[in-house]
Write a protein that binds this ligand. Structure first.
Ligand code: CTP
Length: 395
């Protein structure tokens, strides 16, 4: 699937009439899954307003090298590092010449020099200017440096001439950009994951919970994003930082996790239930801190919703619903029973006492066809293997 899923595209717009097509280009880049930030030369602003591109990209447009406000939001060196791809479209004859000569006197040329990312150039100019030997030598210099040339196309030009020099159509530019990336085996897919423990309040200062660290869910989320997926991670309270390019929704109780999960799962292709959801919660939550007046006390607990089962029976069910089984005994038999009772497509079973808080994990893969073992390894290594098994089962 041709996609720019999770890719960060820095769109550099220079001052040519084709700049008006950048509204459509930005829209299509985003539709293909990219996150877009825009940098414009001053002359580009004569053809399309920064406000239009800010509204379409959802991000502040960078216009000046030394704009304190823009630099405070994201400095130009940070922006250059942020990009997975710098796309200059339209690239005028003048901007191509300046880039070819290594100038750095405005935001765009500076970004081009500073970025470690690949650079693609979509020229747009009069056919005579394109054919000129100096332009051709500048283009040859850029190609020699490894820049990707997209177009130009041939046809009627704004000035009335006919010939080579029109900027390629936005859809062709997006397709050419997508081809530059090995988009990964989950490109274009949406994966929703629950992770960590839940906490069930007893009173304002106490709760019931478990030892889940969230490490397995976070490793899966990070690896799924690296494989090109859009990832929503519904997380109980853990002390882990959010992996890059992952949308994290924080929840505390099972009830909150259920609500956030059902919303995310309706749009997801894959749901992976990794959370160690507390099976029971106190029937009543005391309004004030409970005092130790008695020698004995008891709590009445009621069952929490089974989140993965609720996802499994959604009308708009994800194509794959994948569970985890943390067991302390009879790992395979209990796992098989959970696969059937929760109507799961795939289940990863492990020994809970060895797994919680550990960096390594050994997994038994269970589906309707039987079981296979994944040997013990770092959670990230195992997460990649699991995601490959999941991707192989997607239509
Ligand atoms: N799960 C869930 N909601 C619950 C309990 C579990 O979504 N209330 C999910 C887990 O995220 C996991 C799978 O169900 O994917 C199995 O969880 P596990 O704790 O092993 O099993 P339980 O269903 O809780 O059964 P038991 O505690 O009796 O072993």
């Amino acid at each position: 699937m041709l996609s720019l899923s999770n890719k960060r595209v820095l769109l550099g717009i220079t001052g040519g009439i084709a700049a008006y097509k950048c509204a459509e280009l930005t829209r299509l880049l985003i539709k293909a899954g990219a996150e877009v930030r825009v940098a414009m030369t001053r002359s580009a602003c004569e053809f399309i307003t920064p406000l239009t591109l800010q509204a379409l990209s959802g991000n502040r447009v960078h216009l000046d090298l030394l704009d304190p406000e823009a630099e405070a939001a994201m400095g130009h060196i940070e922006l250059a590092r942020w990009a997975d791809l710098v796309l200059i479209a339209p690239a005028t004859a003048n901007s191509i010449a300046r880039i070819a000569h290594g100038e750095a006197d405005d935001i765009l040329t500076t970004l081009v020099l500073a970025t470690p990312a690949p650079i693609a150039v979509a020229p747009a100019m009069n056919q005579g200017m394109w054919a000129d030997a100096q332009t051709q030598s500048n283009i040859a210099a850029l190609q020699q440096r490894g820049y990707t040339l997209i177009g130009p196309d041939s046809g009627e030009q704004a000035c009335g001439d006919v010939g080579l020099g029109r900027m390629s159509q936005p859809s062709d530019i997006v397709a050419a950009c997508a081809q530059l990336f090995d988009t990964g085996f989950l490109a274009g897919r949406h994966v929703a994951i629950t992770g960590g423990p839940t906490r069930e309040a007893i009173d304002p200062v106490r709760y019931i919970s478990n030892h889940s660290s969230g490490k397995m869910a976070y490793a899966l989320a990070e690896e799924a994003a690296a494989a090109g997926a859009r990832v929503t991670l519904i997380s109980g309270p853990v002390s882990l930082s959010t992996p890059e390019r992952v949308q994290r929704i924080n929840v505390v109780s099972a009830q909150q996790m259920l609500e956030a999960t059902l919303t995310a799962a309706e749009e997801a292709d894959v749901f992976i239930g990794v959370a160690a959801v507390a099976d029971y919660r106190p029937l009543e939550v005391a309004a004030e801190k409970i005092k130790k007046n008695d020698d004995e006390m008891s709590l009445t607990l009621v069952k929490n919703p089974d989140i993965i089962w609720e996802v499994s029976r959604l009308e708009k069910r994800p194509e794959l619903v994948v569970g985890f089984a943390a067991e302390t005994e009879n790992v395979v038999a209990n796992g098989q029973q959970k696969l059937a009772s929760k109507k799961l497509d795939l289940l990863f079973a492990n020994e809970a006492t060895k797994t919680f808080n550990s960096d390594d994990v050994a997994i038994t893969v269970i589906d309707a066809n039987g079981t296979t073992a994944l040997s013990a390894a770092n959670k990230h290594v195992v997460a990649r293997q699991m995601l490959q098994l999941i991707a192989a089962r997607l239509s």
